[in-house]
Design a protein around this ligand. Structure first.
Ligand code: SF4
Length: 130
């Protein structure tokens, strides 16, 4: 089967940047603003931004921040938003994961969309990360 013309391929949604749902995203951002455990945690802001590129070391550097995320009510939404708004979501700790872990999730999502047809949704990835 011939591949679609370039113009159609170009207009396909980028699976690593799912089409934003303005209402759902607005609701998620509002919930984050209201319930984010990191807000007012008193933790040194540097704890949220590990400097190591190596995943294990980054997790060690950010251990206290990650511990806060693990008890955060909006963790799944936080992680989903970080994947969708990658320009800001690629930095620091979001949803209890460091940057390299979230980058791997994005690659998994993209590979799944390009391969077996999207069975691995962002929601299931987020749930599996819990
Ligand atoms: S999951 Fe972590 S980074 Fe996200 S809002 Fe909660 S505490 Fe903050």
């Amino acid at each position: 089967m011939a591949s679609p013309p370039a113009i159609l391929r170009a207009n396909r949604p980028d699976p690593t940047h799912p089409a934003p749902d303005p209402c759902a995203d607005q609701s998620s951002w509002a919930l984050l603003t209201r319930h984010a455990r990191c807000a007012g945690s008193g933790l040194d802001p540097d704890q949220w931004f590990p400097v190591s590129a190596e995943e294990g070391k980054a997790r060690q550097e950010a251990a206290e921040a990650i511990a806060i995320c693990h008890s955060c009510l909006v963790r799944a939404r936080c992680l989903a938003l970080s994947l969708r708004y990658w320009d800001i979501g690629q930095h620091g700790v979001w949803g209890g994961l460091v940057a390299t872990e979230r980058a791997r999730l994005r690659r998994l999502i993209a590979a799944d969309h390009n391969g077996c047809g999207g069975a691995l949704t962002q929601a299931t990835v987020v749930e599996s990360a819990r």
